[in-house]
Ligand binder design. Structure first.
Ligand code: DX5
Ligand code: ZN
Length: 228
């Protein structure tokens, strides 16, 4: 049985109503909340930090919060997001001077740990740390912004990452982030991904024509996955 998870990225949500937006996508069937942390240093954009993560959880978000750190350095933010109640914490290997230590910090804090690979970042970073991973996140756009187009070469990288996971024998989620839509999610699943970040596809789906747009899009994504 496939174990597909859909993780709407709140980067594309209405930040003035973030708690309600998170509640709404979970009520519409999403599995977790993808939380993009950008620092205007590692990536050219600035978003939200641990206080917002903590506020969402205090507000009542029970679904796992999947924190994607696009910050440099990473270790202080790892501690802050452990304290804020994150479930998954992933970071980019280029942003840490000591990747093994950063992964261990996440695990010592009781969170699930993951590494994120930019389109041009080699998977060889996995060689010595795959035994510490609960998640591998393959970027299918260059990080920094929502609403970009899926880079097709990512499919091959997903297949390679899937092979590495199978060879490790470990239970590691394979997540994909960037440009995931209803018309490409099936192909992405066939390449081996089982966890799908979708920002603009989900949060752009609700409007006056379809006030239940989050239900519509999440059902559509699930239907595509069922047929994949
Ligand atoms: C990009 C972020 C993504 C972004 C995806 O740096 O990591 O999570 O929100 O947005 P879409 O799904 O619109 O490409
Ligand atoms: Zn992300």
């Amino acid at each position: 049985m496939s174990d597909f998870k859909i993780a709407p990225s709140i980067l594309s949500a209405d930040f003035a109503r973030l708690g309600q937006e998170a509640d709404d996508v979970i009520a519409s069937g999403a599995d977790m909340i993808h939380f993009d942390v950008m620092d205007n240093h590692y990536v050219p954009n600035l978003t939200i930090g641990p206080a917002v993560c903590e506020a969402l959880i205090k507000h009542g978000v029970k679904a796992p919060v999947d924190v994607h750190l696009m910050v440099k350095p990473v270790d202080r933010m790892i501690g802050a997001f452990i304290d804020a109640g994150a479930s998954f914490i992933t970071f980019h290997p280029e942003a840490s001077e000591h990747i093994d230590r950063s992964l261990q910090l996440i695990k010592d804090g009781g969170c699930k740990a993951g590494l994120v690979f930019n389109p041009a970042t080699p998977l060889s970073y996995l060689d010595y740390v795959i035994d510490k991973l609960d998640m591998i996140l393959i970027m299918s756009v260059n990080p920094g912004f929502g609403g970009q187009s899926f880079i097709p070469g990512t499919l091959d990288k997903l297949r390679q990452a899937r092979q590495r996971i199978e060879a490790s024998g470990r239970n590691i989620r394979l997540e994909v982030d960037g440009g995931v839509k209803a018309d490409n999610i099936a192909e992405i699943a066939r390449a081996g991904a089982n966890t799908f970040v979708a920002g603009s596809a989900v949060f752009g789906a609700r409007d006056d024509d379809d006030p239940n747009g989050y239900d519509t899009i999440i059902n559509e994504l699930r239907q595509q996955l069922a047929d994949a």
